[in-house]
Design a protein around this ligand. Structure first.
Ligand SMILES: [Zn+2]
Length: 161
């Protein structure tokens, strides 16, 4: 039995690359995450709003993925920093988001917008820890009663014709 299959047998929530045990807020290097978010914020393309945003997240295998907002002359198609972050997550090997932070122009914590809360939920689930201006909170507080992948897997009755 491999180490991973033993872990999977012992823990129904196991998935490859998961941080062993419960990764509580105190085990996360939030200073490093904020630094990564502030660094990537400098790469933002925000000529229209003048509101650069940087986001950084810890992945369950220890990677840090980042993203910055990218605006467009056609304002409505601008991309939030979280869009780049989840793209980077998948482009660099996938995995689950464990901890997330986002900073605005002043380098201080910024809440993800509604759309991005859904993006984060897809890749971090209810356990994802999110840094906010009022502390570290789980995704269940950032996006209560979330719709997620498990809702799609439930049977919904006869197929409509
Ligand atoms: Zn957003």
């Amino acid at each position: 039995m491999t180490e991973q299959s033993q872990a999977a047998a012992a823990d129904p929530d196991f998935y490859p690359g998961r941080v062993a045990g419960d990764a509580g807020p105190e085990q996360i290097d939030w200073t490093a995450l904020r630094a990564a978010a502030r660094l990537i914020k400098e790469k933002a393309y925000a000529p229209y709003s003048g509101f650069p945003v940087g986001a950084a997240a810890l992945v369950d295998d220890g990677r840090i993925v980042t993203g910055c907002n990218v605006e467009n002359a056609s304002y409505g198609v601008g991309l939030c920093a979280e869009c780049g972050l989840v793209s980077s997550l998948n482009a660099t090997g996938g995995g689950r988001l464990v901890a997330f932070t986002c900073v605005g122009p002043d380098g201080e914590s910024l809440m993800p917008c509604g759309r991005c809360r859904q993006l984060l939920y897809e890749f971090g689930g209810p356990e994802l820890l999110v840094e906010t201006s009022h502390g570290i909170v789980p995704m269940t507080q950032v996006l209560p009663d979330a719709f997620g992948p498990s809702d799609l897997s439930r049977a919904t009755g006869p197929t409509h014709t």
